[in-house]
Each structure stands twice: as structure tokens, then as C-alpha cells.
Design a protein around this ligand. Structure first.
Ligand code: FES
Length: 104
């Protein structure tokens, strides 16, 4: 069975469960935004889509609260991945969750 140092929670930023637990031992680290600044979790290419829920569960476990009480990180635009040509083209064709927004 892998130990906490071998369990990678944030694959994009290569952050392990051990590092998250170590950071949460500091009482000044209150939640996701602090972990984001310290460890860069949720700041990788997936923008936390893979790791955010896992980290929120760990914070809830350590703090003795429910996951619903843990504030998620703030999403800043773009909230979905964009192709670079969608940004550089002058268009009103805004991508959505359902499609990539490219009409061509
Ligand atoms: S897995 Fe954490 S930002 Fe992608």
C-alpha cells in the first residue's frame, strides 16, 4: 500500500498527499486558497478539475468539517480550456462546456 509521500493528489503540479497534510498542520493555513498559494495545487493545466475535490475532502477531514463547508478555489476566466486560436480570433463565438466553440 502506498504511503502519503507516494500518493500524488495534484498531478499537474506534482503535489503529494504528504505535502498537503504537512501544509495543513500549520494553523494559519485555512483552506484551498492558502494551499493554492503555498503548493500551487489547482494551478496546473487542468485548473483543479482532477484534484480540487480530493483536496477539499482532505481539508474537511483535517479540520473536522464537512466538504460543503470547505470553500473551493476561485475560478477565473477562462473557466474552460480554450484553443489559442479562439482567443486570437475576433469572434463572438464563445466556447461552452458542451462544445469547443469553433464553427469551422
Ligand atoms: S491535478 Fe491539480 S491542477 Fe491539475
Amino acid at each position: 500500500m502506498p504511503n502519503d509521500e507516494q500518493i500524488i493528489i495534484c498531478r499537474c503540479e506534482d503535489v503529494t498527499l504528504s505535502e498537503i497534510r504537512e501544509a495543513l498542520r500549520d494553523p494559519s493555513v485555512r483552506g484551498m486558497e492558502d494551499l493554492k498559494r503555498i503548493l500551487r495545487v489547482t494551478m496546473g493545466p487542468c485548473a483543479g478539475r482532477s484534484c480540487r475535490e480530493l483536496i477539499m475532502r482532505e481539508i474537511a477531514k483535517v479540520r473536522g468539517s464537512s466538504v460543503e463547508e470547505v470553500a473551493p478555489t476561485i475560478f477565473r476566466p477562462p473557466t474552460t480550456p480554450l484553443r489559442i486560436d479562439a482567443v486570437t480570433r475576433r469572434t463572438t463565438d464563445i466556447p461552452t462546456e458542451k462544445g469547443d466553440g469553433n464553427a469551422d
